[in-house]
Design a binder for this molecule. Structure first.
Ligand code: PNS
Length: 163
């Protein structure tokens, strides 16, 4: 079975992420969406909150049962991917600005484990500019992010910012 790990901070998951996940399901039989457990990044949402939103987003996009799993990890991504039986790491690519960071990570991960390939999917042009950081800033300042995030995310964002 083809299995990919789709790792990230997902703080919170956006429609850009769900579009990548949906495309990823064309290529892989099973995708494990893996939230990085790294409190030093000072996330807005706890790992449990982020995992819950991803689970709800996967249901909202109609992912077939069993094809999407939500998990968290710490330590090296390639070790986690190997321990979960994944052959690939799935990442989304947006603007040129993503490229250098992604190239570095993909090469470092290949150096660490040559058996695991990083596979990139181009972001949907509708969400090319959507990033969790921007979404949080817009929501904090009272802007409307309803079209940029899955349905479960917006009320949770508003609650965080007392809107
Ligand atoms: O959504 P993000 O924050 O861009 O995701 C970054 C992530 C989680 C993919 C990256 O930080 C990661 O893989 N961290 C785990 C630590 C690791 O394996 N580092 C070495 C590879 S560069």
């Amino acid at each position: 079975m083809s299995v990919a790990v789709y790792p990230g901070s997902f703080d919170p998951i956006t429609k850009g992420h769900t579009a990548i996940l949906k495309s990823g399901l064309v290529a892989f039989e099973r995708i494990i969406v893996a939230v990085l457990n790294n409190e030093s990044k000072q996330p807005l949402f706890s790992v449990a909150e982020r995992m819950e939103m991803i689970q709800l987003a996967a249901e909202e996009m109609g992912a077939e049962p069993g094809r999407v799993e939500v998990d968290s990890f710490d330590g090296l991504l390639v070790d986690y991917a190997g321990s979960r039986g994944a052959q690939c790491i799935l990442r989304g690519l947006r603007a040129v600005a993503d490229f250098e960071y992604e190239l570095q990570m993909a090469n470092m991960n290949r150096h660490l484990n040559t058996d695991i390939e990083t596979v990139f999917i181009m972001a949907d042009d509708a969400y090319f500019y959507v990033a969790s950081t921007l979404v949080k800033e817009v929501a904090r300042l009272g802007g409307n992010v309803a079209e940029l995030v899955p349905a479960a995310v917006q009320p949770r964002l508003l609650a965080k910012f007392d809107k």
